[in-house]
Each structure stands twice: as structure tokens, then as C-alpha cells.
Design a protein around this ligand. Structure first.
Ligand SMILES: *Cc1c(COP(=O)(O)O)cnc(C)c1O
Length: 553
């Protein structure tokens, strides 16, 4: 195997200015390795991926050996040699996220037009930090933000005429993903909570400690359900309010925030003189795809006078579906909303957005720099967390135009539809247990043979806990073994659903966003899991010990 780090492995190119100049000016010929791959990819991307990515799992420690040298090669490499290296090591051992049987994560297939269009983006190499390096990309990004803003807030045309390209404000911020979007939303909420006033120049200048002193409060809290995404913990840490400021409110049987517990917490915080920095609703939880009662949360945020953020990183595009958009009712009352474009808008990795109801919200985090982000310019960089940024908004623009509202609506409907079909399939099978029903296109379940289900129903609490513990190990084993076999992939997570006496149980998690995933593929997936449970040595041993546990009564 060839590693560019090892000098002896292949012959080197010569480092001279003439050769370096060629890298920048002369494209690889169609007959070269790179040229051939280029054609292969353009003609049949899925075929290329299927042929190149090795299906069965390779131990990470083995792969690490291909990437073990810390030395930057002294001499240049030939492009074709290096490309061979990539094919053998990197491409072969990547994950086929586009495969219809890959239903474990929120990353799935891309529409084929993304590939050629993303090359235009790379070729242009625009930098969205400012207009001087992006020109038309800046108005395009502002339009994309306007489009998503309109999807959520549905203001009239006059509103968007007024605000979309306004030099002093922005309808949202484009960023690399949901994490950055959530951080930006809380950053704005924090600065709005402690603004400049007489005798205080604002938290952005004077920091958290002086803000608390000036506003005479004991701390701040972010309220979000237990199912909240871990990015809020990062945000709290970064913003200096501390991770403990994230208060995880318990959820109900459907993994939605428990309103009574939320109200209790609000009272409690008021007594302690702790201010609510933001109430956060989730539209599509990462683990189970459930949607909080957003209308009710908007009411509560109104009563408490606090910022209301909705994390719709996953579920936002549900608004395209006539049949299902009512699930998100109340989202239009949020002060800010996160949407990930690299999830259900089918754009390549690295695209997220946060939209603000009030186009002036982002001024609370504005930064200027004389040489680059002059005041009064339309530069987008003055209110984004990131500095230099690629023109990824172009790909969102492309997808919105090429797929359209109707197209996205169909994709959403299809995903929810097949999730329901799969749920029925699981319920109809005596050896599986549906743990969370799909509200959107996610569900969780586990393998529990009928005889174990019967034993669980009759067992005393203590015995039930023990059986569940062993089932957790079994679920984990089946999941790992299925992943290693490489035919299909589900992920796993741990939940504490109320209906399981608060035992933490391990479940298979399925995300159905790839339009090419069929019921047949899902049926085969269940069959494979059953087969693993009985034929895989370790899994079979686990089943045997569950049997002994039950028999031991
Ligand atoms: C995916 C996700 C995020 C984080 O987004 P990244 O793009 O991974 O940074 C945040 N919240 C929810 C609900 C998500 O599903």
C-alpha cells in the first residue's frame, strides 16, 4: 500500500517552479488517473461509490496505519500517484452514506446535480465574509436567508423588499451547520438580555460577571427538554454562562417537553432571581424525531418575556409538506429558528442557517473591522461567528430552485410515509418492539423475541430491569454485527422512556430520509437482525443467558 509520507514507496516529482506553476494552470489530462476518475464519477456517481467503498468493516486501528506519519513529504508527488493512494485508503474506507440501506444517521444521498454545481463553487472560491471577495454571492446568500425566513415566518413581499438586502440588518446568518446556528441564536439572546444601558456598556463589552451585577440577577438559564441537542451545552460553555445553565426539562411519553415541569422550573428560577436566557423548543429531536408543542412554548416565552428559540435543524423542512406542516405550528412565533441545509434540504455537508423574526436581532452581535467589515457595508461577515466562509449558499439556492416547494413536500411526505410503514412492519412482527412511534421520519425499536416480551410483562420490577439490561447488550451486539456485515446500517441510542419504568434502554435508531430506501430494504434489514440474533455467536450467547434468567424464577 502506498503512503505519500514514505519516500521509498513511489517516485517523486521534482520541486521546481515550472512544475508548481503547472499545478495551477494545466488540468490533468482525461487519460490520467484523476481524469478517468473524474469521468467515472460524473457518469455514475452511485456506481463509483458502490465499487470503490469497501462494504465490510475494517478495524480503525488498521486504517490508522495508512495515516500514521506526521511528516510532510519533502518532495512533491505526482497527482496520479497520490490519487491512487486516496482511492486505496481513503475512498475505500469511507462510509457509503448514500446507500439506501444506510438509515442510521441524518446524512444521506445527495441529488446528482450537487456534484457538478459544487465544482463551480469550488472553482470560483468566493469568500462570503465580505462583498469584495464574493460580489453576487452576497445578495444570493441574503436571498436564501430570505427564502427560509419566508418559509418560517411568511411575511408579505413588501417586508422582504424592505429587509432582505438591507445594509444595516440581516434576516439570519448562514453557517456551517446546526451547532453554529444554535450558538449564534443563544449569543444573540444573551446580548439582548444584557444590553447597554445607563452605566453599563452591554455584555458584549463588559462580560457576564458585570452584566449580572449591573442587572442584579444571580444567573441565567436555558430551558430545553432532555432530548435537546448537545450543541446547546457547547454554546453555554462558549458564551461563558456555563453548561449547568442548560436545564434539561423532562419529557412526556412522546419525548416532548413536559409543560407542567417547565412551568414549575420557571417559577423556581424566578424565586432564585435567575433569568431565562432562552426557552428552546425542538422541531424534530435528533434521537426520536419528536416535535415539542411549539404554540404552547411560544405562550410561555411570552409570559416569561424571554427569547424563544426553535431548533428545527432536522424538522424545519417539514414546513414544505401540506400534510404535515401543522406539526410545527407556533414556529412562526419563535424569535430565532435553526435549520440545517445539509440534512433535509439535501445539500452537501457544511450548510446551516439561523433565521431571526426581527431583522435587527443580529445587530446585537455585530463586529466591525476597519480593513474588512466597514460599518454600513452589506458585508455578511459583520454578524457571523465564522470569518472566511465558502459560497455554500449557492447549493442551497440551487436545491430550492431545482427541487422547489412541491418537490421538498413530496420528499418529506415520502419519508414520513415510509417511517409509518416501517413502524407497522415492526409492530406486526412478534419479535420486535417499537419503542418510539414516528412523528416525523425517525423511529426507534429493539429486538425482543416474543417469549422475552411475555416474560417482561409478568416479571417483577427488579427482574424486568435485569432482563432489560441484558437486552441492551444484545441490541448493541446486533447493531455492531450488522454494521460490520456492511449490508445495512442502523444507529443505536439510549432512551429512558416513561413506559419502561425509567430504565435506560438501548434501541436501534432509524432515520428515513433517503428517497431510495424501500419497504423491501427495511424488511430485509429486520430479517438480517433476527438472523444475527440467533446465528451470531455472541448474540446467541446473550439470548441464552436471558433464557436462563427467565427460567431461574
Ligand atoms: C443535527 C442537529 C443539530 C446539530 O447540527 P450540526 O449540523 O450537526 O452541527 C442540532 N440540533 C438538532 C435537533 C439536530 O438534529
Amino acid at each position: 500500500m502506498m503512503t505519500p509520507g514514505k519516500a521509498s514507496d513511489h517516485k517523486h516529482a521534482v520541486a521546481n517552479l515550472h512544475n508548481l506553476y503547472r499545478i495551477f494552470t494545466v488540468p490533468e489530462s482525461p487519460d490520467s488517473t484523476l481524469g478517468k476518475i473524474d469521468q467515472e464519477i460524473s457518469q455514475n456517481l452511485t456506481g463509483f461509490l458502490r465499487d470503490r467503498i469497501v462494504a465490510t468493516e475494517q478495524d480503525l486501528a488498521v486504517i490508522e496505519q495508512d495515516f500514521s506519519s506526521p511528516r510532510i513529504p519533502e518532495q512533491p508527488s505526482f497527482v496520479s500517484d497520490y490519487t491512487e493512494f486516496l482511492l486505496d485508503t481513503l475512498v475505500a474506507q469511507s462510509v457509503h452514506t448514500a446507500a439506501p440501506g444506510f438509515v442510521g444517521h441524518m446524512t444521506s444521498a445527495l441529488p446528482s446535480f450537487m456534484l457538478p454545481l459544487s465544482r463551480i463553487m469550488t472553482a470560483l472560491n468566493q469568500n462570503l465574509v465580505k462583498i469584495e471577495t464574493s460580489k453576487a454571492f452576497t445578495p444570493l446568500e441574503r436571498q436564501v436567508l430570505g427564502m427560509l425566513h419566508a418559509l418560517i415566518y411568511s411575511n408579505d413581499d413588501a417586508y422582504y423588499q424592505r429587509w432582505m438586502h438591507d445594509r444595516d440588518s440581516a434576516l439570519g446568518a448562514f453557517c456551517s451547520g446546526g451547532t453554529l446556528a444554535n450558538i449564534t441564536a443563544l449569543w444573540v439572546a444573551r446580548n439582548k438580555l444584557f444590553p447597554a444601558t445607563e452605566g453599563f456598556r452591554g455584555i458584549a463589552r463588559e462580560g457576564f460577571y458585570k452584566a449580572l451585577k449591573h442587572y442584579q440577577c444571580e444567573g441565567v438559564a436555558v430551558l430545553i427538554s432532555q432530548r435537546g441537542h448537545y450543541s446547546f451545552g457547547k454554546a453555554a460553555d462558549l458564551l461563558g454562562i456555563g453548561r449547568d445553565a442548560i436545564i434539561a426539562i423532562p419529557t412526556d411519553r412522546d419525548n416532548r417537553i413536559d409543560i407542567d415541569r417547565l412551568l414549575e422550573t420557571c417559577d423556581h428560577l424566578r424565586q432564585q432571581r435567575i433569568r431565562i436566557l432562552s426557552l428552546v423548543g425542538i422541531a424534530g429531536t435528533t434521537e426520536t424525531g419528536n416535535v415539542d408543542p411549539l404554540e404552547r412554548l411560544a405562550d410561555i416565552a411570552g409570559q416569561e418575556g424571554c427569547h424563544f428559540h426553535v431548533d428545527a435543524a432536522w424538522g424545519g423542512p417539514t414546513l414544505f409538506s401540506e400534510a404535515h406542516k401543522s406539526l410545527l405550528k407556533g414556529i412562526e412565533r419563535a424569535d430565532s429558528v435553526t435549520i440545517d441545509a445539509h440534512k433535509q434540504l439535501y445539500v452537501p455537508m457544511g450548510a446551516g442557517m439561523v433565521l431571526f423574526k426581527n431583522p435587527c436581532s443580529l445587530t446585537s452581535i455585530e463586529h466591525h473591522a476597519e480593513y474588512i467589515l466597514r460599518k454600513g457595508s452589506k458585508d455578511l461577515g459583520s454578524h457571523t461567528l465564522e470569518g472566511s466562509r465558502p459560497g455554500t449558499a449557492m447549493l442551497v439556492h440551487s436545491a430550492l430552485n431545482i427541487i422547489g416547494r412541491k418537490g421538498y413536500g413530496l420528499l418529506i411526505d415520502k419519508g414520513i410515509d415510509i417511517a409509518r410503514t416501517f413502524a407497522t412492519m415492526i409492530e406486526d412482527d412478534a419479535d420486535f418492539e417499537l419503542v418510539t412511534r414516528p412523528e416525523l421520519n425517525l423511529l426507534t425499536y429493539r429486538y425482543v423475541p416474543a417469549w422475552v416480551q411475555a416474560a417482561l410483562r409478568n416479571a417483577p420490577a427488579e427482574r424486568r430491569t435485569e432482563i432489560n439490561r441484558q437486552l441492551n447488550a444484545l441490541t448493541k451486539q446486533i447493531q455492531k454485527s450488522q454494521r460490520a456485515a456492511g449490508k445495512s446500517f442502523v444507529s443505536r441510542t439510549r432512551l429512558s422512556p416513561l413506559q419502561y419504568d425509567l430504565d435506560t434502554i438501548t434501541v436501534f435508531r432509524v432515520v428515513l430520509a433517503n428517497p431510495l430506501t424501500t419497504a423491501e430494504i427495511l424488511r430485509e434489514m429486520l430479517a438480517e437482525q433476527k438472523q444475527i440474533a440467533t446465528e451470531d455467536e455472541q448474540a446467541a450467547a446473550m439470548l441464552h443467558s436471558i433464557d436462563e434468567l427467565i427460567a431461574g424464577t
